[in-house]
Design a protein. Structure first.
Length: 135
């Protein structure tokens, strides 16, 4: 698969679709023309995902009697995330769009890990808000 086709598939997979009936407000990502602009427009999503995961991890550590197990699992998960992002970026053979897709993968995996932490450790706590998209 060529680089443009891979980027198009990655963009389709990682681009949120507005719900029916909701107005779609343009974002800088809609008009980003350079790799640097594409990476820059993803930074708020990366920061939000990392912040949510850090909060849920902190809350889970406070609640679980098995903190050492949670910490070791988190360390293994972080190594997995790094390897997965590296694998995605390698598909671009050093091309700059690998940065865009790698960052999108980082955001997706981090958001997914936040949901996992909430479901496993926090879903029974009424005082801790659900992650976005969680029913």
């Amino acid at each position: 698969m060529n680089t443009i086709a891979r980027f198009t598939v990655a963009l389709l997979i990682h681009t949120p679709v507005p719900l029916l009936g909701q107005a779609h407000s343009p974002s800088p990502c809609d008009t980003a023309q350079t790799t640097q602009a594409m990476v820059q427009c993803q930074q708020p999503q990366r920061l939000a995902a990392e912040s949510l995961m850090a909060r849920y991890l902190r809350d889970a550590r406070a609640l679980t009697p098995h903190r050492a197990r949670l910490d070791s699992t988190q360390a293994v998960w972080e190594a997995y995330r790094r390897q997965q992002v590296d694998a995605v970026m390698a598909e671009y053979d050093g091309g700059s769009l690998g940065q865009v897709d790698g960052l999108a993968t980082w955001i997706y995996l981090t958001s997914d890990r936040a949901r996992e932490l909430w479901i496993t450790y926090l879903s029974h706590e009424d005082s801790i808000p659900k992650p976005p998209g969680q029913p």
